[in-house]
Design a binder for this molecule. Structure first.
Ligand SMILES: CC(C)(COP(=O)(O)OP(=O)(O)OC[C@H]1O[C@@H](n2cnc3c(N)ncnc32)[C@H](O)[C@@H]1OP(=O)(O)O)[C@@H](O)C(=O)NCCC(=O)NCCS
Length: 209
């Protein structure tokens, strides 16, 4: 018997959907997408072993190069615990998102912060709300895994809609030289950022990208 929980806000273009606990014990988000060009049913669920080749393909296609796909392969081995979700249509993996733990130097928040990276959607499936589904489900999955905050290095017009704020305004700095507004942080529970500040360090696997 699936355990239903209330639907959280979804991307525009989604008409119905709900989260449930699948028979396999994974959280799944089912959503009927009515955006162009065709109607499609997207399922978001935890990545499984048999998805690994398809996830590699999605990241290679989304980024147009192999580095992000190789990064995910490396992070699965050396970054624990991680959150890896796939978006599936008709049993085809069309999108993927990955979260791995980050360290915050100068802060006593060991094991509380995740980094969102990478995320990729097959080119033909972009701009249909699938990335938004993955971000929202990913943040919930990180929360369920026991994390308090998530950082992301990404487009400043995209991530604020999910609750991300400019990290420097919250006392967090990025180890890479990036535009200030591109490094963002989201709280997974109110007040989670209080007492957390310092330099955010990603897993060593990111140095190769
Ligand atoms: C970025 C990405 C993951 C977004 O996923 P998506 O499913 O296309 O996004 P959604 O449909 O949920 O959201 C679409 C909105 O996101 C924004 N958006 C999407 N891609 C964007 C980009 N590259 N730059 C800025 N905004 C972007 C737009 O505002 C868009 O709104 P619009 O349809 O009104 O123009 C996807 O486009 C992708 O895989 N890109 C290539 C890989 C990449 O850059 N990954 C992110 C870095 S880790």
């Amino acid at each position: 018997m699936p355990h239903n929980k209330p639907m959280h806000p979804t991307a525009e273009g989604l008409s119905v959907g709900h989260s449930r606990l699948s028979a396999a014990g994974d959280w799944e988000l089912l959503a009927l997408h009515v955006g162009s060009p065709v109607n499609c049913m997207i399922t978001v669920r935890q990545e499984r072993l048999e998805d690994i080749d398809a996830v590699r393909h999605v990241n290679e296609q989304a980024f147009g190069r192999p580095q992000e796909a190789a990064l995910v392969d490396l992070l699965r081995v050396q970054a624990q615990p991680f959150v890896s979700l796939v978006a599936v249509e008709d049993e085809q993996v069309v999108g993927h998102i990955f979260f791995s733990p980050v360290k915050i130097e100068g802060s006593n928040c060991v094991g509380r912060a995740m980094g969102l990276a990478p995320m990729g959607i097959l080119p033909n499936y972009q701009r249909r709300g699938i990335g938004s589904l993955l971000v929202r489900e990913g943040l919930l999955a990180c929360q369920r895994t026991g994390f308090d905050v998530v950082v992301v290095l990404g487009h400043p017009d995209y991530y604020p809609r999910f609750g991300f704020m400019v990290a420097s305004e919250e006392g967090l700095r990025c180890e890479y030289e990036v535009p200030d507004e591109a490094f963002m942080v989201a709280e997974l529970r109110p007040g989670a950022l209080s007492g957390i500040e310092g330099l955010v360090k990603y897993d060593e696997a990111f140095r190769a990208v």
